[in-house]
Design a protein around this ligand. Structure first.
Ligand SMILES: Cc1ncc(COP(=O)(O)O)c(C=O)c1O
Length: 366
């Protein structure tokens, strides 16, 4: 007889991971919104230095990292949660806030992990479609908030659509959300947003104790392989709750050391942002030459509908293009897996990878 798993396991969607592992080295990995640049050298050195001490458990209070983040953002350390990637904090928030009868509101398409939260806890999942500009429709989301709502997630810039909404609109939204509702503003890509200073949202924490700014070292810092993310919170209560539902040592020693070191190199990190923005311009220009208008990206990836021939099935056309790119050693993410058949999500690569991608796409559309 087969093992009988819980109802939660039967509900939880399987994460659509990119098939990018164990591939030859010259494959252009443009499917997972990673940084194409390796970690900074002093960060690698800090990780190496910590390795001789890994016979000890890591600091369960993440004191150095929370201290460094507190100095960087002037948010008290007691209001900073650390996680094994920001996903860890997200899933812990689901466990801490949701249960059968509770409601979770988020936009769709958005980050593919959000559906996991309701599925894991038995809460009700309320997905609000993005508007025609593929941005969050905050009014429509507000209309879904009820006495049963425990958590609202706003992804800004949004994955997979790359679009961002202005902070003013988010501030207006927060002013309307009842205080008992936790709002997670998922800012995994905020450093790439040229419309807004990434630090501007921090001010909102002073006015909204129910607000959580979720951030990560996975993207611009290039540390996704180590798994470390953080949340800047409007109150201590969220931090206590997400720590309560997790194992004590949720962030390993190498990840903590790498994150602390990374925060010392703001200029180098900013230079990466600038290179990503150059890649954005190159890709937008190149796609434009193919008659494709990507969504207004404020992230490290482009999102666009493929120009499918009239009458062609969108999902089938997208699969042909994705396969054709794969055959050319270029991995991108399929829109069907992310909620929009016929679309592609393409992470900015190195200049050479971006050229390869554009050349491959040109051939496939010819
Ligand atoms: C919107 C968004 N939030 C959170 C994450 C999770 O990142 P991590 O767990 O690596 O910090 C991602 C990763 O792709 C993302 O796209």
């Amino acid at each position: 007889m087969a093992i009988e798993f819980s109802a939660a396991v039967r509900r939880i969607p399987v994460y659509p991971a990119a098939a990018a592992y164990a591939l030859p080295e010259d494959v252009a990995l443009m499917a997972s919104n990673e940084s194409p640049e390796p970690p900074l050298e002093p960060v690698v050195a800090a990780v190496q230095a910590i390795l001789t001490g890994v016979n000890r458990y890591p600091d369960p209070t993440n004191a150095k990292l929370r201290g460094a983040l507190s100095d960087r953002y002037t948010v008290p350390a007691s209001r900073i949660a650390i996680g094994n990637g920001s996903c860890d904090i997200l899933l812990a928030a689901g466990e801490a806030l949701l249960e059968p009868g509770a409601e979770l509101v988020y936009a769709w398409p958005s980050f593919s992990v959000y559906p996991h939260l309701a599925a894991a806890t038995g809460a009700t999942d309320i997905r609000v479609p993005l508007n025609d500009a593929q941005e969050h429709d905050l009014d429509a989301m507000l209309a879904e908030v009820t006495v049963a709502t425990r958590l609202v997630i706003v992804c800004n810039p949004n994955n997979p659509t790359s679009t961002a909404i202005p902070l003013d609109a988010i501030a207006g939204f927060l002013a309307e959300v009842p205080r008992h509702v936790c709002v997670i503003l998922d800012e995994a890509y905020c450093e790439y947003n040229t419309l807004e200073d990434p630090d501007a949202s921090i001010d909102l924490l002073k006015r909204h104790p129910n607000l959580v700014l979720l951030r990560t070292f996975s993207k611009v810092y290039g540390l996704c392989g180590l798994r470390v993310g953080y949340a800047l919170c409007g109150s201590d209560a969220f931090v206590t709750a997400v720590n309560q539902v997790r194992q004590p040592f949720f962030c390993n020693a190498a990840a903590q050391a790498a994150a602390v070191e990374s925060l010392k190199h703001g200029d180098a990190v900013q230079a990466r942002v600038e290179r990503a923005i150059m890649a954005r311009i190159d890709l937008e220009d190149g796609l434009g030459e193919l008659g494709i208008r990507p969504a207004q990206s404020q992230a490290n990836f482009a999102w666009f509908d493929l120009p499918a021939p009239d009458g062609e099935d969108l999902a089938a056309f997208e699969a042909t293009v994705t396969q054709g790119l794969g055959d050319r050693g270029i991995l991108v993410r399929s829109g069907t897996a992310l909620g929009r058949p016929g679309a592609l999500r393409v992470t900015y690569g190195t200049p050479e990878q971006n050229r390869r991608f554009l050349a491959g796409l040109r051939e496939l559309l010819a």
